[in-house]
Design a protein around this ligand. Structure first.
Ligand code: SF4
Length: 488
């Protein structure tokens, strides 16, 4: 996108017929995508890149974002993908592209992004790279990637298992980072210019999926298929990961919905034979969701619809229609606040508060005073999003480093207070948007199962604890007791 000379694009309206867009420094071209419609994400990316290269042999490879069949069929949790395995994963952005009849967007060109002060940027990059060499967190991500969290979360007793009935999984070692590195050929893989290289390019060594190659699986996919659906094989999780990637579906929502369907089947709410660990039945159901066949059509509409349809609202685990990531809020109470208040539902990313709670920086059981600490994390990480900076640099980029990044790239000199005030206003405006669209403070609460059903350790997050967290959060954000931001 940068090489084409853009920071962002806005697409209004929709096309009557399927198209793909080619965006360059010379403008935007609309091409028919009739021949691409129905292709999976990998095939689409290859084909679009090839079409661009045929017409522009002297230009470097185009960057391409695509949707798969799930996005075409407007599945509520379909994704936009690039580089085969990288996904804009949550909340169904693939369905937005699908509703506009856009199958792919290719960017190419030779522009470079200008920065306000090259010296500051270069020196900063050197300094951070030097610091990164000795950083324990950087080393852990490079050596193990996000799958390292399987062991950590299981030991903490908050690894969501058997559709949120348990916080530990007896077969966790079969789906851990060690299992992945022993049973597959794994190479660290990095985004452009990143020295952390948390990605795992993994190829299955043996068995029915020998030769299967994906970038992953990430922790969240391992938790959703391994923990929630009790798939006790890293290779089989990779197989399901690959299916989701090809179809263009979010693995967190997919694993949650499948585990929910397993419960519906066990309770004889639906005429479907599926159970924990049934990999092939799960694989088939994923296809049925993407192509909206049978029960798959109900699941394609998302957790709220499926729960209503099967009279299982009291069992469905979601906030604002989004299923949580792999951190049980009965153990990590700050994650309960994150799931409750994150603007897009039970999302782990806006504040990534599992990090301070797991690393001992903050007591996971602390309630009083936690919202103020949480709000500062959320503000800092909101700026990460605004700057488009990877969250895994959260230990390396504190406020001071963010100030340097902003000064080097834009020329603005900002204090911590200035930055927090910008971040707050982003959060407040997003909140106003949500309120305008009909959400209320009632939607900031957690599913009652987290209050009523204890984990093996006996842990719950009580209603009173959640209410206290929310009360303090509203105060820290300067929202009234109904969760409405006061005028700034
Ligand atoms: S930029 Fe982030 S996601 Fe990409 S490889 Fe580096 S640490 Fe991983």
């Amino acid at each position: 996108m940068t090489k084409a000379g853009y920071d962002a694009i806005i697409i209004k309206g929709s096309s009557e017929n399927p198209v793909w867009l080619e965006i360059t420094e010379n403008g935007v071209r609309f091409h028919s995508a009739e021949s691409l419609w129905g292709l999976d994400t990998y095939q689409t990316e290859d084909r679009v890149r090839q079409l661009v290269a045929e017409k522009n042999p002297n230009h470097p490879k185009a960057g391409v974002i695509v949707i798969g069949p799930a996005g075409e069929n407007k599945v509520a949790f379909s994704v936009v993908e690039n580089d085969y395995w990288r996904s804009a994963g949550r909340t169904g952005v693939g369905a937005v592209m699908g509703s506009k009849n856009i199958k792919a967007i290719a960017f190419w060109g030779s522009r470079k992004k200008d920065v306000a002060d090259k010296k500051i940027v270069t020196e900063f990059a050197r300094k951070i790279a030097r610091r990164g060499k000795d950083d324990a967190g950087v080393k852990a991500y490079k050596n193990m990637g996000t799958p390292m969290l399987v062991k950590i979360m299981n030991e903490a007793g908050g690894f969501p298992t058997r559709y949120w009935q348990k916080g530990t999984y007896e077969n966790w070692e079969r789906i851990s980072a060690d299992a992945l590195h022993e049973q597959c050929y794994v190479k660290p893989h990095a985004c452009l210019k990143c020295f952390m290289a948390c990605g795992r390019l993994s190829t299955v060594k043996e068995g029915r999926h020998a030769g299967l190659k994906i970038e992953g699986p990430e922790y969240e996919t391992i938790y959703s298929f391994g923990g929630l659906c009790e798939i006790d094989s890293i290779e089989e999780i990779m197989y399901l990961n690959d299916i989701c990637d090809r179809l263009g579906m979010d693995t967190i929502s997919a694993g949650n919905l499948i585990a929910f369907t397993i419960e519906a089947s066990r309770q004889q709410k639906i005429p479907l034979t599926i159970d924990y660990g049934y990999v092939d039945a799960i694989a088939k159901l994923l296809e049925d969701i993407a192509f909206r066949r049978g029960i798959g059509d109900i699941l394609a509409k998302g957790i709220i619809t499926a729960a209503k349809e099967w009279s299982m609202e009291d069992q469905a685990i979601h906030v604002k229609g989004l299923e949580p990531a792999g951190y049980d809020p009965r153990v990590l109470k700050g994650m309960g606040l994150a799931y409750g208040t994150s603007d897009r539902g039970a999302c782990h990313l806006r504040a990534t508060f599992y990090k301070p709670e797991l690393s001992g920086m903050v007591d996971p059981d602390q309630i009083k005073g936690k919202a103020a600490i949480f709000t500062e994390w959320e503000d800092r990480l909101t700026l990460f999003d605004a700057l488009i900076v990877c969250r895994f640099y959260r230990d390396l980029y504190q406020w001071e480093e963010l100030a340097t990044i902003i000064e080097g790239t834009t020329g603005l000199r900002l204090t911590k207070d200035d930055m927090r005030s910008i971040a707050s206003s982003i959060t407040n405006n997003t909140r106003r948007f949500n309120l305008r669209e009909g959400l209320t403070s009632k939607d900031d609460h957690l599913p009652s199962r987290f209050h009523n059903e204890a984990l093996e350790s006996g842990k719950v997050i009580t209603r009173e604890q959640m209410s206290q967290l929310l009360k303090e959060y509203y105060q820290a954000r300067r929202w009234n007791n109904k969760g409405i931001p006061l005028p700034e």
